[in-house]
Design a protein around this ligand. Sequence first.
Ligand SMILES: [Zn+2]
Length: 232
Amino acid sequence: MLKRFFKNNRCLIVIFCIMIILSSCFSGIVAYSVSNYNGITIVIDPGHGGRDGGSVGVNGTIEKEINLKYAQVLKERLVRSGYRVELTRKTDDGLYSEFASNKKMSDMRARFNIIQNTNPNLVISIHMNSFGSPSAKGALTYYRNGDEASKRCADLIQASLNTYCDAPTRQGKVGDYYILNCSYYTSILIECGFISNPEEERLLNTKEYCEKFVEAVYSGILLYFGNSNDYV
Ligand SMILES: [Zn+2]
């Protein structure tokens, strides 16, 4: 009786076994990604977007484009190490409504809403700097006045950037920016470098420097969250 059942349903049994094997594989992947999460959520905010291109480099770098690139590379680095990361802007487009009379405010409100809905442990806004004198160079990390946690984070990331990226010796700076003031979350804004400086603009556009820069920011983040031993 049993023998006849196996004989008649051989095909079904094979399909059933394949399904069992596949489902155990997929549950393994899900279990891995859940266990990989280190409990820290970060919002990365690539500055500008859409009709707001930001600064333009001496050799034509569009700030909104390079901001997005740095944000994406930083996101990949953090996700690989178990952080949950949300980008405010995932494409070239701005976040404003086409119908808004004040598109800048509409864009900033949308970024604020993403931050609020994500409830992050840290917000990092990414920008590129520009100045009249072409000799100005190096990264600058800003925090909102009077916020000790944001100051500590900005100082650690700035110190890491000074070391890794051979930047002029600086500390975190007080900055009066909407993205820093709009919420009570720990928030910093990084001006990665000056695209008004021809040499720094060239450097910022190389894959090697971008990766080195991101590694420096990552190292500062690890120190801020107090698990510097995990640094790899
Ligand atoms: Zn900017």
